[in-house]
Write a protein that binds this ligand. Structure first.
Ligand SMILES: [Fe+2]
Length: 172
């Protein structure tokens, strides 16, 4: 492999990493807001509320961990991640996700729709962390891979918990 090819590949990988980290930050932020909003709209009640709050707390910790990874990767002399670009993508993704929720819920949303939207959001998070995990393999950075894979496991668990909630919401 020539030097120029190596450089191009690396640049492309860094771009992919920046984009995916930004999208993930946006999704984590939107997910936390969604829980607050659905609770204030009284669409998530009683026992489901505690479970949603618990998932929200973990989303907050994921956001912190990814934010920390972004800041460390920006200081890495081989990667020099552009934090501003990450933040731009995060804002854009958060707005898109918020719009999606409004569209999905429509005029008169019920509890089922609210929980199902949370399931969709968790499914989106799982997808993005799976892809981020693949992107991470292009870098020789053990901490990044470990962080991403540990969050991915929790996101897979979030999706399962959301599905359980969705079923509970319709069982009498
Ligand atoms: Fe999640």
């Amino acid at each position: 492999m020539s030097n120029s090819k190596t450089t191009t590949t690396t640049k492309e990988n860094i771009k992919n990493l920046e984009k995916k980290l930004g999208e993930i930050l946006g999704l984590e932020r939107a997910a936390q807001k969604a829980v607050d909003e659905l609770i204030s709209m009284k669409l998530i009640k009683s026992d489901l509320k505690d479970e949603a709050k618990d998932i929200q707390k973990e989303a907050n910790s994921h956001e912190d961990k990814i934010q920390e990874a972004v800041s460390e990767l920006s200081e890495d002399k081989d990667i020099k991640l552009d934090t501003q670009k990450v933040e731009e993508t995060a804002k854009e993704t958060e707005q898109k996700a918020t719009k999606m929720m409004k569209t999905y819920l429509g005029e008169e949303p019920d509890t089922s729709e609210a929980i199902e939207f949370l399931c969709l959001a968790e499914g989106g998070e799982v997808t993005h962390y799976e892809v981020l995990s693949s992107i991470s393999k292009n870098f020789d950075n053990k901490k990044l891979s470990t962080t991403v894979n540990s969050i991915l496991k929790e996101e897979q668990d979030h999706l399962k918990r959301c599905l359980t909630m969705a079923k509970e919401a319709v069982s009498s």
